[in-house]
Design a protein around this ligand. Structure first.
Ligand SMILES: CC(=O)N[C@@H](CCC[C@H](N)C(=O)O)C(=O)O
Length: 375
């Protein structure tokens, strides 16, 4: 029987134990165990909350190259039926961060055994799905001391085949803001609606009105998204709901559009408050800066991969996904790219099942690129 590739095994081990943002305790301990099993002579490991910084000292460094992998899972009940499906109730690596981590460990292993001139800094970052670990990690003393001169990261892409990557210079991912709206009216008996202010009816109306912002307030040549991913309200089938809560996210391609969309959300929510005679409260939760790929480095990366590897490079459009890696790119020149993993089901789906061959493919071509950049 053929032996499974060690980094595929690592991905499966990590897939079993997904954890939500800043609760990645088992994940951190798994990563540390692996890192501590490597020859320690040239690596330094520091932890920050549930995250980890790993520096590999170069032979004759003139700069530091950074690489970031995110480590958190999502609150989803996994439906893949895989033998290594999540052990954690209502938690799943449904955004591929298990793949991201195993690729990063593969790269570290490669460079511990094949040192290059420049220093390397690997960042295992918690809480990408929220509330965001990149910005606070950037502000640590460790990052100030070990700050990379350039940085890169990848995100798995189910819509591309293994052996393909997709990338573009400039704007790659949107600005994001979470959105939480609480409505409080007057509950009561299901048979006496005229004595109540029904928050289920108010919430339904609000969801429809919010979509008019995209259809009627955003320039059709610009792009924005408002998604309400969760609605809660009421208590039981024959009681009119006193409370309702909408949880969602806003995506825009510019900071200006984000401001405009929020202004319209505030006006509409206020209108619902007046119209349905209820109390309203908006909370924007966490916000992510757009992912903007530094032009020259990205073009050079695309050219290198096209010429020097067997990877097919696709120039893609920007996407409305968000990524707090955008904060790192605001301070450090670099880029992010999509890694093809071909899955019938997409990101954030309970049946996401990335093709694991992409792990070894990624380790091979990224290590070539990093060796080229770091001499
Ligand atoms: C790559 C990816 O899927 N990222 C997430 C980031 C979410 C940030 C935050 N919780 C929000 O929803 O605004 C995404 O949903 O794009």
């Amino acid at each position: 029987m053929s032996k499974i590739n060690p980094f595929i095994q690592i991905r499966r081990d990590l897939h079993l134990i997904p954890e939500l943002g800043f609760k990645e305790f088992k994940t951190q301990s798994y990563l540390l165990n692996y890192l501590n099993s490597l020859p320690q002579e040239y690596i330094e490991i520091k932890t920050w909350k549930t995250g980890i910084f790993v520096r590999i000292k170069g032979l004759s460094p003139s700069k530091t190259i950074g690489y970031r992998a995110d480590i958190d899972g999502l609150p989803i009940v996994e439906e893949t039926g895989l033998p290594f499906k999540s052990n954690h109730e209502n938690e799943m690596h449904a955004c591929g961060h298990d793949m991201h981590m195993s690729i990063a460990l593969g790269l570290i292993t490669h460079f511990v055994h094949n040192r290059i001139n420049d220093n390397l800094l690997f960042i295992f970052q918690p809480a990408e799905e929220g509330p965001g670990g990149a910005e606070p990690m950037l502000n640590t003393d460790i990052m100030t001391e070990w700050k990379p001169d350039m940085i890169l990261a990848l995100h798995i892409a189910p819509e591309y085949a293994v052996g393909e990557i997709a990338v573009k210079e400039g704007l790659l991912f949107a600005n994001t803001s979470e959105l939480f709206i609480d409505l409080k009216g007057k509950g009561g008996h299901a048979a006496y609606p005229h004595h109540t202010n029904d928050m289920v009816v108010a919430a339904c109306s609000l969801v429809s009105q919010l979509q008019t912002i995209i259809a009627r307030n955003v320039d059709p040549l610009d792009s924005a998204v408002i998604t309400i991913g969760k609605i809660t309200g009421g208590t039981v089938q024959n009681i009119i709901a006193e409370n309702a809560r909408l949880e969602g996210t806003i995506r825009t391609l510019s900071v200006e559009s984000m401001k405009k969309v929020k202004k319209r959300i505030e006006a509409i929510v206020h209108g619902v408050g007046v119209g349905y005679e209820c109390e309203v409260k908006i909370d924007y939760g966490s916000m992510y800066h757009q992912v903007y790929n530094e032009e020259q480095l990205t073009r050079e990366f695309m050219e290198f991969v096209r010429k020097e590897t067997n990877i097919h490079v696709i120039k893609c459009k920007e996407a409305m996904t968000g990524e707090d890696f955008g904060y790192m790119l605001e301070e450090i020149p670099g880029f992010m790219f999509w890694l093809g993993v071909q899955s019938e089901y997409g990101l954030h789906h309970a049946k996401l099942n990335p093709n694991e061959d992409a792990i070894v493919t990624a380790i091979n071509f990224i290590s070539k690129y990093i060796s080229y950049k770091g001499n």
